[in-house]
Design a protein. Structure first.
Length: 141
């Protein structure tokens, strides 16, 4: 494997791990910090895909603005740890498992039957993007 592929896999693994930790963390402030780690790694993946503009927007908008808003809301609501919710209905957990399995099976069905791409090229080929000077210049045209 080449270096860019390894870096992409590393950033993707860290982003997925941090995203799972956002959900599993009991402390809301820690969840926000894990979300920051997720956003930074997604931005690094955009840089590796040569989408620098989207990477900068990812950092500015999500990490800069939205995450700060989340942090202020979490701190104003007196963060702290909260107990896990109790399942009130006896069929709530099995119903959630069934719905989750249906959604996963739909996702697998869509992925297996998709015809995205199909070898067709759009108007913005790598040669055209290189000719105009890069992604940001091509986006501006």
């Amino acid at each position: 494997m080449e270096l860019l592929s390894l870096l992409f896999l590393l950033f993707a693994a860290v982003a997925l791990t941090a995203a799972v930790l956002v959900l599993l963390s009991r402390n809301p402030v820690h969840s926000v910090l894990f979300m920051l780690l997720t956003f930074v790694n997604v931005s690094a993946m955009f840089v590796l895909l040569q989408a620098e503009f989207i990477a900068v927007i990812q950092i500015l908008v999500y990490s800069g603005a939205i995450l700060v808003l989340f942090l202020f809301v979490v701190m104003l609501l007196a963060g702290g740890e909260r107990p896990l919710p109790v399942l009130n209905q006896p069929l709530q957990a099995p119903a959630a498992v069934i719905v989750g399995l249906v959604l996963v099976s739909e996702l697998v069905l869509v992925v297996l039957t998709s015809t995205v791409g199909g070898g067709r090229k759009g108007p913005d080929t790598p040669e055209r993007i290189a000719a105009v000077g890069g992604n940001i210049e091509a986006l501006g045209r």
